[in-house]
Design a binder for this molecule. Structure first.
Ligand code: PMP
Length: 405
């Protein structure tokens, strides 16, 4: 088992100074830092075997293809997908959700059909559904939440009907930290014959995700939030549904045969991977999930739970702080507001101390409207964060407050 010091050593940026101060990086919900093994894998690809993949007969192309496809296998194992072909490389969560909205929507949504999302969705799990529902004359329904930031499951049950074709919900909320009861959500949807997509962007960094155990039909996540590169992510989908959907984009790699009269499409996963993909991104992401597994997802979860409990206990003692998101089951996301002060001002003052937090609406404007706030200050912890860093956040907040009040 790696010690915390060893883990921190694995991430070169954690030794950085910001404005002359030691960096305290608490913006992991936006993007996580990269361990040296990932950075090295990216370097090695460009130094030693940069080449386009698939169809290449030459050596470098074969090496790159093998590395890329090995990475797909690693991601399959990471989420326990039963089949390799069900793991599609995308640009990230946003593209993964857009693929399902656009392709499932075009094939399966008709006038009067219904799609259900929730009040705590990220914009990327709202807007694609609005767009396709508009186009297909389908109806978008929203599961409401309570003041703690938990889904109202009785209301969800009432929304489900024979018209429901798909339910798309966030697994863990990026703004509130709420861990949603996704298994129950899936079971209830399946009883009505509806499919379920989970936005797993904030779940895979924190908890073990097993798509077979969950029983979801689609699962979307981004590489950069799990210590991999930006611009790469995954869409998991059950092959029976992916096979049934039209392709997302046309171009190279997604075809079997092209004539001017008719084109036939490639098999999964390539059918949804038109054009040269983010080869180095996929390879780097494979290394990132290896790294997470080496550290141990259970250990990651345990460390982060401890950090969240410690930070929550400390922050409620700061005068005027109100936590936004007090669900019973939470991941290591701590959003809060401070009476009479704008989150942006607090974030700017914390930055002067080298402390990186996120302020604003976190791409969840409807959630901000629900809580009647302009935004929150969000500290989001990763397993490499420390209690000392939480202490710096608290003393930084107190200093900011004494300046602003
Ligand atoms: N969903 C959630 C819950 C997120 O936190 C994010 C990123 N903030 C996204 C979707 C979008 O991810 P990406 O920008 O990597 O596509």
């Amino acid at each position: 088992m790696k010690t915390l010091a060893e883990i921190r050593n694995d991430f070169p940026i954690l030794n950085a100074k910001v404005r002359g101060k030691e960096l305290v990086y608490l913006d992991n919900g936006a993007t996580a830092q990269k361990p040296a093994v990932v950075i090295d894998a990216i370097n090695t690809y460009y130094k030693d075997y940069n080449s386009n993949i698939h169809r290449g007969v030459h050596h470098l192309s074969q090496v790159a293809t093998t590395a890329y496809e090995n990475a797909r296998e690693k991601l399959r194992g990471f989420i326990n997908s039963p089949k390799l072909e069900e793991v599609i490389f995308t640009k990230g969560t946003t593209e993964s959700i857009n693929i399902v909205a656009s392709c499932f929507g075009r094939k399966s949504l008709n006038k009067g059909d219904e799609v259900i999302i929730s009040a705590m969705e990220h914009h990327s799990n709202i807007v694609p559904w609005q767009m396709i529902c508009d186009e297909r004359e389908a109806v978008l329904k929203v599961i409401p939440i309570n003041n703690n930031g938990e889904l109202l499951m009785d209301e969800y049950k009432k929304l489900l009907s024979d018209k429901t074709k798909l339910v798309a919900v966030i697994h863990i909320s990026n703004t509130l930290g709420t861990i949603n009861p996704v298994k129950e959500i899936i079971d209830l949807a399946h009883q009505k014959g509806a499919l379920v997509l989970l936005d797993g962007a904030q779940a895979v960094p924190h908890i073990k995700v097993d798509v077979q155990d969950l029983g979801c039909d689609f699962y979307a996540f981004s590489g950069h939030k799990i210590f991999g590169p930006t611009g790469v992510g995954v869409l998991y989908g059950k092959s029976e549904y992916l096979n049934d959907m039209p392709p997302y984009q046309g171009g190279g790699d997604m075809i079997k045969e092209v004539t001017f009269e008719k084109t036939t499409y490639n098999c999964l996963p390539h059918k949804f991977e038109a054009g040269t993909p983010n080869i180095v991104g996929g390879i780097g992401l494979g290394v990132a999930v290896d790294y997470m597994q080496e550290v141990g997802i259970d250990l990651i979860h345990k460390r982060e739970e401890e950090l969240l409990a410690y930070a929550t206990e400390k922050i409620v003692k700061v005068e005027g702080v109100r936590i936004i998101g007090e669900a019973e089951r939470k991941a290591s996301v701590l959003s809060f507001v401070i009476d009479g002060l704008h989150p942006f001002d607090i974030g700017t003052l914390l930055d002067q101390l080298g402390i990186a937090v996120r302020t604003g609406h976190h791409c969840t404007q409807p959630l901000m409207s629900f809580f009647e706030i302009p935004g929150t200050i969000r500290a989001s912890f990763a397993f490499y964060n420390t209690k000392e860093e939480v202490d710096k956040l608290i003393s930084g907040l107190e200093r900011a407050l004494s300046m602003l009040r």
